[in-house]
Design a protein around this ligand. Structure first.
Ligand SMILES: [Fe+2]
Ligand SMILES: [Fe+2]
Length: 148
């Protein structure tokens, strides 16, 4: 659990029980925690955006490769998230530094819901495939690329 002195936000690690996804979620948590501290907002925002592009893209790859039934809904949430972060970057570049603090305050709450619903459902689906030889190999290959 991280408690932020500046914004008062607290949030956990969003663990969902599928280790390759949990590794992404820990990485995301650390980037969010860094954003709770003042300074270097532009660099932190860029690092967060780059992470989220990779994070969402990996989950979408897992969904495609495993024929995950709720893929469209999950991908729509990713798309909205990435649009918000891109817009925050545009506003920050235009001189609105407060927008980064607001994103740092609100993103943990949004992500807690996303992780506990969309990501958790995908994790259950992927864990189920781990028991089957061929799909598990495909999932692990994707996971290794994601964390390389
Ligand atoms: Fe995720
Ligand atoms: Fe997701």
């Amino acid at each position: 659990m991280t408690v932020n002195a500046q914004t008062g936000a607290d949030f956990g690690y969003f663990e969902v029980g599928f280790e390759p996804m949990d590794a992404l979620h820990r990485e995301f948590h650390d980037l969010l925690a860094a954003m709770q501290q003042p300074g270097d907002e532009g660099e932190k925002l860029l690092a967060l955006h780059e992470h989220l592009l990779r994070h969402c893209s990996q989950e979408e790859r897992w969904m495609r490769e495993s024929s995950f039934p709720a893929r469209d809904c999950h991908e729509s949430e990713h798309e909205m998230l990435l649009e918000v972060v891109a817009e925050v970057r545009r506003r920050f570049d235009a001189g609105d530094s407060e927008i980064v603090i607001r994103l740092a305050q609100e993103l943990p709450h949004w992500f807690e819901v996303h992780a506990n619903t969309m990501d958790a459902a995908l994790a259950v689906h992927l864990r189920g495939l781990e028991g089957a030889a061929a799909p598990a190999g495909a999932m692990r290959a994707g996971a290794e690329e994601a964390t390389a």
